[in-house]
Design a protein around this ligand. Sequence first.
Ligand code: ZN
Ligand code: ZN
Ligand code: ZN
Ligand code: ZN
Ligand code: ZN
Ligand code: ZN
Ligand code: ZN
Ligand code: ZN
Length: 342
Amino acid sequence: MYFPSDHARHIFEESPRDSRDAICKLCKSTVSFESFAYYCRECRSHFHKDCLTIINAKIHEHTLTFIRRENPFPCDVCGRDDKGMDMYGCLQCDFFVHRQCIFLPKVIKLTRHSQRLSHVFRISDGDNICGVCRSQVDVRYGGYSCIEKTCNYVVHSSCIIRFDVWDGKDLEEEPEPEEIDSQVDLAALVEIDGKSVRHFSHEHDLLRLDMGEKEESGQVCQACVLPIEFGSFLGCKQCDFALHDVCASLPRKMEHGIHIHPLTIHVDAMNNENGFFTCSVCNQHSCGFMYKCCQEDCEFKIDVKCASFAEPFDHSVKVALNLQDLQQNVTKDAGFPWSSNA
Ligand SMILES: [Zn+2]
Ligand SMILES: [Zn+2]
Ligand SMILES: [Zn+2]
Ligand SMILES: [Zn+2]
Ligand SMILES: [Zn+2]
Ligand SMILES: [Zn+2]
Ligand SMILES: [Zn+2]
Ligand SMILES: [Zn+2]
């Protein structure tokens, strides 16, 4: 990807016939026999002729032309000046932009922030800390800012691409999901009367009990599969079903910064092939409640314990999540049985 030091510019010649199963350096798709393409001997790269200019890009009104020379100047969209990134320019406007920044989405939704973010060419002045990498966002360059005017959440546009935080969808044309309905769907607990409640995972009413009255119950929480040893919990009168208070209040659907897609709760782990599942974060087996990715082709699943932590444990990208960034009130401090201050 990076230019060798003796390669300050691409020198184009016609693409050799015998290598026409090659990949275009710019669009990453195949250079077929029929397509007209150039070849640079120095870096052994192929270029579709059609990829050298980009017309009708949403980001700029004029044709953008591929810069064949090494480019030590910053991109006007993301502000980064990495050598070796494919760059395009419009001379009459003195506008230079990375290829990857030409196709940035207009409106996105990240699981680490409750509102949608929209792309802006200038971030408004102020103390702007990127919600992904936690470093300053340069106000001269654009980025993504929360659509809620009172919220100052911002993200570098380069962080959207560099880190695995965005699901790849541009929501510009998509209406916001209706909020009232989803709130009802999220509730796991329904109050029956002052004393009893119903949890969606269980067929009987549950009572609010306190360990003080019922020492050494020997009961295990069905959600986190840890013993119920202290504090109040929900217990079934008719069978030995029990849940920690905090585990019973976990939402049926959540967005967690640890994964790019929303997660939905599954309470029937015992019906799995093996009677357990393996948590994608801690790699431990669990037969409790499972939060699984709502995308059919995505295998991400986590146990209740990992879903309750606001910070990723062993993420491929080491980023510190801001606790307030997370919608759900399920943090380390929420009094979970495994948290230090519970
Ligand atoms: Zn070259
Ligand atoms: Zn191409
Ligand atoms: Zn850029
Ligand atoms: Zn950033
Ligand atoms: Zn529990
Ligand atoms: Zn029961
Ligand atoms: Zn886990
Ligand atoms: Zn997923």
